[in-house]
Design a protein around this ligand. Structure first.
Ligand code: ASP
Length: 500
């Protein structure tokens, strides 16, 4: 009876008309919720294998499609942007402003993360006994790895703790490292072992096609595109004009591809969420609630910090510096990019959607978006660095370590640099966290503690990353007189394949 009712409902004309009228971002949110519901149901009914084999692959297809568009789009978009700016001096001015704005929002986000974690102190809310055990295991690790214990306290040498120390030593000997965590540590080791100028060397590709074929090399593509664009400005106009027209045309084709993909986004997002959660839970739903219970204060702290950035900090910056974009209007314009960021966990995959939202809905001129957004998607990760700050201090609190002011300052610097260096893909921030932990003398293997909740937090921090890019684009556009916000615009028109 119930099934017949659902069937009737799904096929009723009324519902179809109503669904058609719904804005696309709401349809995506419905897809997202249905995905979660499906994962819960399938875990409850023991259908996880079916979900993983027959539903989750559509989520992967969605991410692949977006990335397929994103990589060449970055190339053509930046060439187009640089050529549109018109001269290398205006490019230099705008480039400087963009990098400065990105740097400022990043430092602000780390500061926000540090403040919130020092106020809530999520790590200190765990029971004292566990924390003393943790502290002792940290001291053992520090001794073995020649790390200085900066707060000068030693629980290990306290005779009252002798039995505890012996027990923990035994436990540590029998502990094996999680495979996934070990592979992340290996990735971080590669980054850490390179020389100080290695990032600069990595910026310059020796082979463009290699850079294009490898998703992680976005900075190299950006470098080539700027180089190409500047050179395009320097050749005679009769030669550069046809190239510019071709680049502009190709970009339009890619953007049309985004519109087509986005028509099926609600379904793709359903598949993506169903897959992600079902992989986490398997056929045992209690596992997920156990994971979250243990880390609930930490999760809550990161979540609060991220929400504060989205709903308070960015709108405030926009109100002060941009003025013309109202609070609700900003979210209406960016809704699609934000929901896509949440479901894909990748700012790079979301970039095509962000470009259209910022250009068509916020009214930021193409000259700005095509240059500022691809760079932002790669180097500006406010959510990631906020999370890194919270995570490091939380882990320190969990091990009864009082970080000095100097150490907290080191976190600001390394988290900022790490967020610049993070690739715009799922869990990249977690790898960089290993380096931030190392910079303040803490054990990088602790990422294993927060690993279980990383994917969900990754989804949230990617929304912040994308929202930060949009905010900075609006500020730069306003400063250049290139912001044409129209409050009456229907945000879905940007993704209607029949609207130019
Ligand atoms: N997933 C994030 C992004 O793509 C990066 C991270 O924080 O792991 O923006």
């Amino acid at each position: 009876m119930f099934l017949i009712y659902i069937f009737d409902l799904l096929y009723s004309e009324k519902l179809r008309i109503r669904m058609k009228k719904l804005p696309l971002y709401l349809k995506i949110i419905i897809g997202l919720l249905l995905g979660i519901l499906w994962a819960v149901l399938s875990s409850y009914l023991g259908w996880s294998e079916f979900t993983n084999n027959f539903i989750a692959p559509f989520g992967t297809i969605f991410i692949n499609l977006l990335k397929l568009i994103a990589v060449p789009l970055v190339l053509f978009s930046i060439i187009n942007g640089v050529a549109g700016i018109g001269s290398s001096s205006s490019l230099g001015r705008m480039g400087g402003k963009t990098l400065l704005a990105y740097l400022l929002t990043t430092v602000l986000a780390v500061g926000m993360g540090l403040s919130i974690v020092n106020i809530i102190k999520p790590g200190s809310l765990i029971d004292e006994n566990t924390r003393i055990d943790n502290r002792i295991s940290y001291e053992i690790w520090a001794l073995e790895n020649d790390q200085e214990i900066k707060d000068g306290v030693s629980y290990m040498s306290d005779p009252a703790n002798k039995e505890r120390v012996d027990r923990i030593k035994l436990q540590l000997q029998n502990q094996s490292t999680d495979e996934k965590v070990a592979s992340k540590m290996k990735d971080a080791e590669k980054t850490k072992n390179s020389g100080p100028l290695q990032p600069l060397v990595d910026l310059v590709p020796s082979n463009l096609f290699k850079a294009l074929s490898n998703n992680g090399l976005m900075l190299q593509i950006i470098f080539f595109a700027i180089f190409f664009g500047v050179s395009l400005l320097l050749i005679p106009e009769e030669k550069s004009e046809p190239v510019k027209k071709i680049v502009d045309g190709i970009m339009d084709v890619f953007l049309k591809m985004v519109d087509l993909v986005m028509q099926a986004a609600p379904f793709f997002v359903f598949a993506l969420l169903a897959g992600v959660i079902s992989k986490m839970a398997g056929d045992d739903l209690d596992k997920v609630s156990d994971i979250f219970q243990g880390l609930s204060w930490y999760t809550l702290t990161v979540f609060l910090g991220l929400m504060f950035m989205i709903f308070v900090v960015y709108p405030l910056i926009l109100k002060i510096l941009v003025k013309v974009i109202p609070y609700k209007g900003f979210f209406k314009a960016m809704g699609l990019a934000q929901t896509t960021a949440f479901s894909t966990s990748s700012s790079a995959a979301t970039l095509p959607v962000t470009l259209e939202c910022v250009e068509d809905n916020l009214g930021v001129d193409k000259k700005i978006t095509s240059f500022v957004l691809p760079i932002g998607a790669t180097v500006n990760m406010d959510g990631t660095c906020l999370y890194q700050a919270v995570a490091v201090v939380f882990l320190a609190q969990l091990h009864m370590i009082d970080l000095t002011f100097g150490q907290q300052l080191t976190i600001v610097v390394t988290a900022t640099l790490a967020s610049i260096g993070s690739a715009a893909v799922p869990s990249a921030g977690l790898v960089m966290l290993i380096i931030v932990l190392g910079s303040v003398g803490l054990n990088p293997a602790w990422i294993a503690i927060i690993f279980p909740v990383d994917r969900i937090l990754d989804m949230c921090r990617t929304v912040v990353n994308v929202t930060g890019d949009a905010t900075v684009s609006s500020i730069i556009a306003k400063g250049e007189g290139l912001l044409h916000y129209d409050p009456n615009k229907n945000p879905d028109d940007a993704f209607d394949p029949n609207v130019n």
